[in-house]
Design a binder for this molecule. Structure first.
Ligand code: PEP
Ligand code: MN
Length: 328
């Protein structure tokens, strides 16, 4: 990050300080410096504090100044109708478990699923109503009526409801019924959608696009912040690497970097990242050990009948086995 500093100390004093802090620097004119802070060493907030002791910080090259200014571990509180205390998403705190089917389907007994998941300690019920599918010939979801179905079943059980808003057209109904609105991987850079959800102030789960760098993911979060919405939960769901055995590559290090750098709550979605139900327990255990704010897993009472992502869905029984071991 390049910072321009109008110093109010002598050039010699400023130089000594840069050297002591190990900062690359160059003099633009007398009393005017350009300092390059290596963000793998410095947190933006810390470096800005140090430099403002020497004068006025006048230019920052960062594309994410609002995100950079966040201080420490952020918490997102999700209020749920009928539940006395909000659900807290925070790194290095009690992780939140999100579970449920990939897509809602009126023939799927969601009520039983919700009750079972709730008893196992899950706090958020998921289910896609409008689905981003690779092919237009695949099941596109039951439609926005699903938002109301999901939220009524979730709230009856004291759970929060999360579902994806696929386009700007979905936003008003999503806000009305859901407690957390998911921005799917394919929409991470749908800036109009980000702005609209930013203005809503609702908790947003921002999934990382499979081809997005960490900087691009951060800049997408900046869009929400720029509209005044701080209720941002990041979700790592796998990136496209060289691997072909698994659906994507689960970038736990990238997720840890976002957790460390910005302090926004980060959750992990091993279901989409791996596409492979046999390794979900291991990936969930690893994610929990790294202090992420939560995990999201897809479950289905009869995975063979699931209308999307059937191969990666855990049966409810298998999910319960995993939860018994890992959900505290
Ligand atoms: C989903 O959560 O069902 C989904 C479509 O996720 P992603 O956007 O990560 O592919
Ligand atoms: Mn899915």
């Amino acid at each position: 990050m390049v910072i321009r500093l109008h110093s109010n100390v002598s050039d010699a004093t400023a130089k000594d300080r840069f050297v002591a802090l190990g900062l690359e620097h160059s003099s633009v004119a007398a009393g005017l410096w350009e300092v390059n802070a290596d963000l793998s060493i410095w947190k933006p907030k810390q470096i800005l504090e140090q430099l403002s002791q020497l004068g006025e910080v006048s230019k920052i090259s960062s594309k994410t100044p609002l995100l950079d200014a966040l201080d420490g571990q952020q918490a997102v509180k999700v209020a749920v109708p009928g539940r006395s205390s909000p659900i807290l998403f925070q790194n290095f705190s009690n992780p939140v478990w999100i579970a449920g089917p990939c897509s809602l389907d009126p023939s799927n007994p969601l009520k039983e699923t919700a009750k079972t998941l709730k008893d196992a300690g899950v706090q958020v019920l998921r289910g896609g109503a409008v689905k981003p599918r690779t092919s237009p010939h695949e099941f596109q979801g039951m439609g926005r009526e699903g938002y109301q179905l999901l939220s009524s079943v979730a709230h009856e059980n004291g759970l929060a409801a999360i579902s994806e808003a696929l386009s700007e057209d979905d936003v008003s109904e999503a806000i009305e019924f859901l407690d957390i609105i998911q921005i799917g991987a394919r929409n991470m850079q749908n800036f109009a959608l980000l702005k609209k959800l930013g203005r809503s102030g609702k908790p947003v789960l921002l999934k990382r696009n499979a081809g997005a760098s960490l900087k691009e993911w951060a800049a997408a979060a900046e869009y929400l912040l720029a509209e005044g919405n701080k209720n941002i939960i990041l979700c790592e769901r796998g990136v496209r690497g060289l691997e072909r055995e698994l659906r994507y590559t689960l970038d736990l290090a990238g997720a840890a970097f976002m957790q460390h750098r910005y302090g926004l709550p980060v959750i992990i979605d091993p279901s989409h990242a791996t596409g492979t139900k046999q390794i979900l327990e291991a990936c969930t255990a690893g994610s929990l050990a790294m202090g992420f704010a939560g995990v999201m897993l897809e479950t289905h009472p009869k995975p063979t009948e699931a209308r999307s992502d059937a191969l990666q869905a855990l049966t409810t029984d298998r999910f319960l086995e995993i939860a018994k071991k890992l959900l505290k």
